[in-house]
Design a protein around this ligand. Structure first.
Ligand code: NAP
Length: 316
């Protein structure tokens, strides 16, 4: 593909990137989609490591996360998207056409680019966390919380921000009791969210605690906690633990070429996926610190493709 100039390059293969690909293909833009290889998690995005997805419309019985992404990929390919299984090292947005540099050192140039590289949920750096990931340990209560294994069982949320409170409140519909495990004696969440957590009869906040170990053979059964002030250890029984300790948007390939928010998310114009560089669009979690759902990512992917199509049509 050396030195080829294409109309649209899409970087990222989660719901945002693949939906952008489906729309761009149907608009005869012959998109090239870099689906990644190793960096930023596995191709297909965060749903590849989620269990059953019950809130994506159109699947009354729910659908396995991997299956959903496989279906979206097949749809994009059938409609004409060219998939490249390589990691993009850099998207040079400082000059037009934009240049895409990949690990194979091949390059292509693009008249428009859609960045859909997602965000990575921050995770606790513990071996036991990795071992029980997907077996009771998750980073998304909205995605996984309603699974039968968590029904009427004690559950835990780790973190003290707005996401942690939101996840804890969401989980009260399913769990028998929700522990919030926070490393300080004050929540970071907004006052209104704090009130919601503190006053909820099913939520108990364990202050000044960190998780030392996730315990269980086949699935998560207990958490070993440590009080950061006294050093005292304790154990609590939980069937699920949901980490809500922040996300990191995957923007390193831009090398600072696009404006971002204070939190590092790509800044887009209101009700649009247009970024600070004309012809470069951003969709999905890389520009969304608020909703972070597969369906909202897919929606913004659709917007990005339609905006790219319009932008290309208006080129002199
Ligand atoms: P956040 O505000 O950065 O909070 C992350 C939380 O995780 C903090 O309480 C932090 O503790 C804790 N944490 C971080 N690293 C940790 C570690 N290694 N071990 C233990 N705890 C750790 O992230 P967020 O809650 O995802 O929110 C992100 C942004 O989205 C915020 O601006 C938030 O207001 C917004 N948001 C808003 C809503 C809403 O309005 N409904 C919902 C979700 C998110 P410390 O407090 O000690 O730093």
């Amino acid at each position: 593909m050396a030195e080829e100039v294409v109309d649209v390059v899409i970087v990222g293969s989660g719901p945002a990137g693949l939906t952008a690909a489906i729309y761009a293909s149907r608009a005869n833009l012959n998109p090239v989609l870099y689906e990644g290889f190793q960096s930023g998690g596995m191709p297909g995005g965060q749903l590849m490591t989620t269990g059953k997805v019950e809130n994506f419309p159109g699947f009354p019985e729910g659908i396995d996360g991997q299956m959903l992404m496989t279906n979206m990929r097949e749809q994009a390919v059938r409609l004409g998207t060219r998939m490249v299984m390589e990691d993009v090292e850099e998207v040079k947005v400082g000059a037009w056409p934009f240049r895409i540099i990949t690990t194979s050192e091949e390059c292509c140039e693009a008249r428009s680019v859609i960045i859909a590289t997602g965000a990575t949920a921050n995770r606790l750096p513990l071996d036991s966390e990795q071992r029980l990931w997907g077996k009771g340990v998750s980073a998304c209560a909205v995605c996984d919380g309603a699974l039968p294994v968590f029904r009427n069982r004690p559950l835990a949320v780790i973190g003290g921000g707005d996401s942690a409170v939101e996840e804890a409140v969401h989980l009260t519909q399913f769990g028998s009791k929700i522990y919030m495990i926070h490393r300080r004696d004050e929540l970071r969440a907004s006052k209104i969210m704090q009130k919601r957590a503190i006053e909820h009869p099913k939520i108990e906040i364990l202050w000044n605690k960190i998780v030392d170990e996730f315990l269980g053979d086949e699935r998560l059964e207990m958490l070993r906690l440590r009080d950061v002030q006294t050093g005292e250890g304790s154990e609590i029984e939980v069937a699920g633990a949901f980490e809500a300790i922040g996300h990191t948007p995957n923007t390193s390939i831009l090398k600072g070429g696009l404006e971002t928010t204070e939190m590092g998310y790509i800044l887009t114009q209101p009700f649009s996926t247009a970024t600070s560089v004309p012809g470069v669009f951003a969709a999905g979690d890389v520009q969304d610190s608020k909703y972070r759902q597969a369906i909202t990512a897919a929606g913004s992917g659709c917007m990005a493709a339609m905006e790219a199509e319009k932008w290309l049509a208006e080129l002199p």
